[in-house]
Ligand binder design. Structure first.
Ligand code: AVI
Length: 325
């Protein structure tokens, strides 16, 4: 690890959900009508690898557009954030977009990636620490949806900016998204800001293609949730008897991803036998899409105002800078 990487590797002891917690969550979700499972169950080791592969699919425009946007406007964005920033990245993963910001920031104080998976966290601070030796690396192995104890900054900080790229905010339903934005508002403090990637509403065919890539990577990612659950709680979902479906719901403004049962079947989950009818849909993810007005209204609900918006050349994706209203 680089010399600037601080010795404190902060981690919540309970950062990984225990298997009995997963059993409870799965049983509760299967008892709901319609059945539903939370999208965080996608992300075991294989799920994280598949997500990286999704980002490389030609149909998944989100990553490509956000990178193009950061390349075109990185300097302007850094100027809006100002000097001596402490950058806290929520759900940083491999931090593939962070370079495009750090390379333009003037004398950043520290980089605090918050990531629940230790290996991508370790690799990203190693890489960024080598590339930006003057920036203190303060990794935090934690779930960003929970209250965070941010490490003490190594020197005076002008502002804390929470960086939340990738349109991960879209995976939260509106009420939960507002709660998360409020939590960020508290963590960034009076003079802080939030730099957030937000995917925009667009043609249904383009949206649906992004979540139904021709190579079938997204379908594999979706079904891997069942393999993860089987491993965690010993259930016996047979992945060959389920399939992926992702459709845009224009009224709700979101891609709705489901796992469909291909036949009438019974699955053992703990001590329960759970029946699935042929073509029954189990809800596993929402990916909400916003207009600029929709997102400004959401920010407003969380006590925030949109200070600046940047768009990629095709106007598919936005990066927005939010401050306290
Ligand atoms: C992480 N998140 C923003 C992705 C999305 O677009 O909702 C997860 C994903 N699900 C299927 N493809 C990508």
């Amino acid at each position: 690890m680089s010399s600037t990487l601080q010795a404190t590797w902060l981690r919540d002891d309970d950062r990984r959900p225990p298997d009995n917690f997963i059993l409870e969550v799965v049983q509760r979700g299967l008892a709901a009508r319609p059945k539903r499972l939370p999208s965080w169950l996608f992300y075991d080791e294989r799920g994280s690898e598949l997500f990286v592969a999704i980002c490389e699919q030609p149909e998944y425009y989100l990553t490509r557009c956000e990178i193009a946007l950061m390349r075109a406007h990185g300097a302007e964005i850094a100027a809006a954030l100002g000097p001596d920033v402490r950058l806290v990245e929520y759900g940083s993963g491999h931090a593939i977009k962070t370079d495009l910001l750090l390379e333009h920031l003037v004398s950043p104080v520290a980089y605090v990636p918050v990531e629940i998976s230790p290996e991508p966290l370790r690799q990203s601070v190693q890489r960024l620490g080598e590339r930006f030796p003057d920036v203190a690396m303060q990794p935090l192995c934690a779930d960003f949806t929970r209250a965070l104890r941010l490490p003490i900054a190594p020197r005076a900080t002008r502002r804390t900016v929470i960086y939340f790229p990738g349109s991960t905010i879209g995976n939260f339903e509106a009420a939960d998204a507002a709660v998360l934005l409020r939590k960020m508002r508290a963590e960034m403090g009076e003079s802080g800001g939030i730099l957030i990637g937000v995917d925009l509403k667009k043609d249904t065919a383009l949206l649906e293609a992004a979540y139904n890539d021709a190579a079938g990577v997204t379908a594999e990612f979706t079904l891997n949730m069942l393999a993860h659950v089987n491993r965690a709680i010993g259930s016996d979902f047979d992945l060959r008897r389920f399939r992926h479906r992702a459709r845009y719901n224009p009224m709700a403004g979101r891609i709705e991803t489901c796992i469909l049962s291909s036949e009438d079947q019974v699955v053992r989950v703990g001590r329960q036998q759970v029946r699935f009818r042929e073509n029954e849909a189990m809800q596993v993810e929402y990916s909400c899409k916003y207009s600029l007005e929709d997102f400004a209204a959401l920010a407003h609900r969380a006590g925030l105002a949109v200070r600046e918006v940047w768009l990629d050349p095709e106007r598919m994706f936005s990066v927005q800078y939010l401050v306290r209203a």
